[in-house]
Write a new protein. Sequence first.
Lengths: 144, 688
Amino acid sequence: MDRSLLLVSIAGERAAFASEIIRSVVELDGITPVPRAPEHIAGLAALRSRAMTVVDCRRTLELPEAEVPGSLAVVVEIDEFLYALVVDAVEEVVPFDTEPSEIRADLLPGWARAAIGMVETSAGPALVVDPAKLIEGPAKRKAA
Amino acid sequence: MEDLLAEFIAESRDMLEALSGEIVAWEADPADRARLDAIFRFVHTVKGNCGFFEFPRLEALSHAAEDALADVRAGRRQPDQALVSAVLAIIDRIAEIVAAIGDGREQPEADDAPLIAALDANAEESAPAPAAAATRAQRRQSATPRTIRLPVELLDRVMSGVSDMAVARNDLARRIAQHEGETGLDAPFNRLSAILADLREAITRIRMQRIETLFSGFPRMVRDLSHELGKQVMVEIESGDVEIDREMIEVVRDPLVHLIRNAVDHGIETPAERQAAGKREIGMLQISARQTGSEIRIGIVDDGKGIDGDKLVEKAVAAGILTAEEAKLLSMRERNALICEPGLSTAKEVTAVSGRGVGMDVVRANIEKIGGSLMIDSTPGSGTRMMLNVPLTLSIVPSLTIGVGERTFAIPRSYVEEIVRASSEEMDSAQIGGREFITVRGQRIACVGLDEILGVESTCPREARLYVLIRLVGGDLFGLAVDAIHNHEELVVKPIAPVLMACGFYVGTTQLDDGSPVPMLDVSGVARSAGMIREVKDRSLRRELRHERTEERELVPALMFRGFDGAERAVEMDAVRRIEKLPVSALRTAKDGTAQAVIDGRIVPLIGLGGFKPEGEEINLFRAGEDGDERAYAYAEIVDLCEFDPAEVVVAKGETGQRLALIGGRPVELFDADALLAGAAILANAEA
C-alpha cells in the first residue's frame, strides 16, 4: 500500500495530513472575510471558479497567532466543499504505510481534538490531524 | 394536462421500480414497519394522483389497499400472508394499468373486485398470488425507457468547466488590457468571450426550468379539489421569477401537491364554518417562491383554521412518540412539526383527498431526502404558513451586490422590492424604541443596518445610506440599510460550507467577475436576527385594515339633480363647467325631440328636456364639455351636492353603458364629462 503523508508546520510543530484527501497546496492571495463567522474561519478565497472556506489552523488549534499571517494553504475537499487550511509552511511528502499509533501523552486541547495519532516518519515524528476536525473548530463556540 | 399525465406515469413507474425490492422484503417479513410505510406511501400517492386524473379503477384499488394498510399501521390488524398477497396483487394490477395508460393502450380488461375483496380480513386465502407473479414479469418488459437520461454529475462537470473558463477569460482580459491594444489579440479574444457567454447561457438552461412550470398546474388542482370538498378557495401564485433545477422540480412536486391538498382539505374551512368564525367565505391560499442562493423557499400560506398544537401533542403522547415531559419543552414550531410524524393526523375524518397523517410524513421524508427542510407556523383560527426549503446544487441567481464598509455581499434580487435613498424626499425616518423606522409612501417600515447585523464598520455617513426594501416569503417587508449598491448581476451561486452556513447569515457563495468570492446573504436569517419576522400574519386583521382604508378613500364630489322626467341623476362635479339659468326664450325644440339652447351667442345642443315644455320664464341647466364642443343639460331642480366612492360605481351591461353610483345608499345614474359628450345622442333617444 503506497500511502503518503504531507508534512506541514503549524506554530513550530510538525503535523501531517493523509495525502489522498489533499487536492492541492496553494498560495492564497486575497481572502474575503466573512463577518459573524466562527473565529477560526478566516473567510473565503477562490480556487479558479470555486470558493474555498479558509481555515486558520493556528486558531482552530487554539494556538498563539502568527506574527506574520501565513498565506500557504493545504486544500482539501470534504462533502464537495473545498477548504483551505492555512499552515505556516509545507515541508515534504513522505511515504507511510502503517496506521498511526496511539498518543500516550496529554496534548494541548486543540491538538488533542484534531489529532488522529502519531507517526514516525523519515523526517521525524509528526501528529496526523483530521482536517474535518480542524474545520469544525473549537467545540461549543457557536457563532452568534 | 398531457404533461402532468406523463409525469404521473413516469413517477408511478419510478416508484414501482423502487418498490419492487421493498415488496419482496415485506413478503419475507410482514411485520417490518419501514417496508409497510414505504408501500403505504406508494398507494397513498397513487390514490392522491388519481383524484386529480380521474382513473376510477386506480383510485378504487389504491384506496382499498390504503385502508387495509392503514389498519395494519394503526395496529387494528395483524399483517398476515393473505394480506401481503392481496396487497401485492393490487400493486401489480396498478402497475399493469399504469403501463397501459403510459403506452396509450386500453386499460386491461379485468375485474378488480376479487382483488379488493381479497383484502378483507375475513377473506379466505385464494388465488391472486400466482396471478401477481405473472403480471410482475410482464411489467419488467413494458418499462423500456423512451427518453435519454444524463447523470446530473456530468452536467455539473460541464457547468463547472464553463465557470472555470469564465474565470480564466477574465484573467486573460486583465492581462490583455495591460498591453493596451498592442497584442493584436483583441478581436479573437472578443469572439472567444461571446462564444463563452453563449455557451454559459446554454449550459445553464440545460439544468434550469422556471418554477412557474411547476406552479401552473396548482390553481386547477385547487379548484377541482375545493369543488369536490364544497369549499371556496382563491389561489394566489407568485413564482418570483425563480428558476429551479429540472431535477429539483421533479423532487418537490410531490411534497408540494401534498401540502396544498392538506391546506385545502384540512386548513381551509367550509364557507359556513368560515362565516361562523367571522372570516370571508372564500379562503385564501398563497403559493410563493423565492430563490436565495443555495436554497429555494416555497411558502404555502392559508388562512384556514390552523393546526391544533395541543391536540397534536396529546396524540403524540398517546402514540408514545414522546413523553408528556418532553412535550412541555417543545417550541410552537416543534409542536407543529409533530404533524409530520407517521400516523399522526388531527383530521377528524378521513377523506378521499388526504388524511390519516400519511401525507405529511411522505412530504417530510421526501424533503429530507434531498437535504431540505419544512417549517410550519400556525395560529389556531387564523391560518398556517408552511415553508419548504429545498437546496440548489447550482444555480444562477439574479442578484444585487451591496457594500458595507470595505465588504461586499450579494442578495437575491427576487427579495428586493425597492431601493430608497436616505436623503430622498419621498422618505421620512424616525427612531422609535431604538429601532429605525422609515416611511415610504405612507407605509412605515422597520429598518436595520447591515453593519449592525454583521458587526462590520460602516464607512458611510448615516444620511447617505441606502435602504434596500426586502419582501420576505411570508410577505413581511423590512428595510436593510447599506452603504452602497454596487451592481445588478446574474451570479452563479454555490452552496456555502456547513461551518459558515451554521452562522445563519449566509446561504451561498458567489464570485464576481474578477474572481473574488462574495458571500450571499440569507435575507430571512438577517431579518430573523433583527426580529423582523412576525408570526403567521393574521389575514382577518388585514382585511379589516383594508376595509378602513376604503372609508378613507378619496370621494368624488357630484351634483345630484332631478330631471324633468322625475328621475334623479348625478354628474361628476369636474364635468360641470357652469350651472346657470337661461330664459326659456333661448331654447328651441325640434320636431325629432332634439333641442338646442343659445348660450353666449352660440348654439349648444341641449339634453334633458325630453318632450317636456318648460314653463315659466327661466330654466335650470348646467354646461359640460369645452368651447366648440359643449353640451347643456336641463334639469328641474338640484337635489343635493354629494359625494360618491369611485370604487363602488357599477357599469351596466348593454349599449347604454349606464353607470350607477351608490349615493346615500341609493343607486343613482351617474354621468361624467365623456358620457355627457359622447352619450348625448343616446340620452336624447332614450328620452324620446
